[in-house]
Design a protein around this ligand. Sequence first.
Ligand code: FNR
Length: 372
Amino acid sequence: MFEHNVGAESNPVNLAEYARLARKRAEPSAWDFIAGGSDDERTLAANRAAFERWTLRPRILSGRDTVDVSVPLFGRTLASPLLVAPIGYQGLAHPAAEVATVQGAGAAHTAMVVSTMSNRTLEDLARAASAPLWFQLYCLKDPELTLSLVRRAESAGYEALVITVDMPRMGRRERDLRNGFALPAHLRPSNLLMEASPELHRSQQGTSGVALHVGQLFDAALSWSTVERLKQQTALPVLLKGVLTREDAQRAASVGIDGIIVSNHGGRQLDGAPASLDVLPEVVEGAGGRCRILLDGGIRRGTDVLKARALGADAVLIGRPIMWGLIARGAEGVTDVLRLLRAELEQALALCGQSRWTEIDRSLVALAPPCG
Ligand code: FNR
């Protein structure tokens, strides 16, 4: 489905071709770390399959010849509804790591969410930025350390705080277990080095690193009270990333959370969790207009972005395809991936007879007839 139109690879014309190019260039176990999901990778596959179940309902003779995909979000207008998803350890994909991604996103006028687990400090990344940055927070066992990350993000000019709530412990990524995947020793979680214990540093040597960081540092008992406290401690808009049910959306809205990211962590956490797109409508309903709703997981085409919008997303985040661009061509590859996706989105919008992202509603999609 996603890979059916894949041709010459030297000059990719779509994201699937970037995937092919990147796969050839990447070190195989790093590729598996990036590409893989947890357990049987059912949720990973479901994210893609969900988009195929919807068709678009184009309207004809609209008389419109312009498209506007800008989106007002948290007091600022973003140039497009695409954001770069938080991805840790980008040094696995390119020597310049997140610096290249920030530069590439900036050149494409695209906002980026910087991971707590980046290989460059959040301050270095803010200096390299020319588009808005948001900070993705993993809540740590030590609340003071967690708060210090928030304060650093505020001082560096980050515009929103994304608290990831679907990783109290790490999903079992069997590709990594099979490969005996280990983070290269030079790839450190730079944001935490000045704060974390020297043991963290030492214990990284010779182990997979990632699971160790999660186990040693992350708050496995993360709860609503932590989130509510953080909301009170910062003036930044706060989003929860990893909401998949109406009930949790209702609760998030009732405690004043500003935004929800409907996400299953790209199929890397709970296998058997639903596809993000499938639960988008119930999350929108649960939030009842009180939170902005974003979605990630499986977006590979402009038409996917449009379907997410029609089902209620204000904006979307792109994960692995950004890594494909980064592996294949560094910052330029990131820019190109984002430009391709935006061009596809604008094209699809126009062909649907629409001109504005903000005006798209549920009438643009219908369930596809069952095949066979
Ligand atoms: C992630 N994701 C992630 N999420 C997060 O909140 N903090 C993080 O540090 C990371 N790190 C990370 C590393 C890698 C290699 C991947 C593939 C993913 C999840 C990410 O933000 C996003 O939810 C998914 O990647 C979206 O799905 P797609 O676009 O990759 O299908």
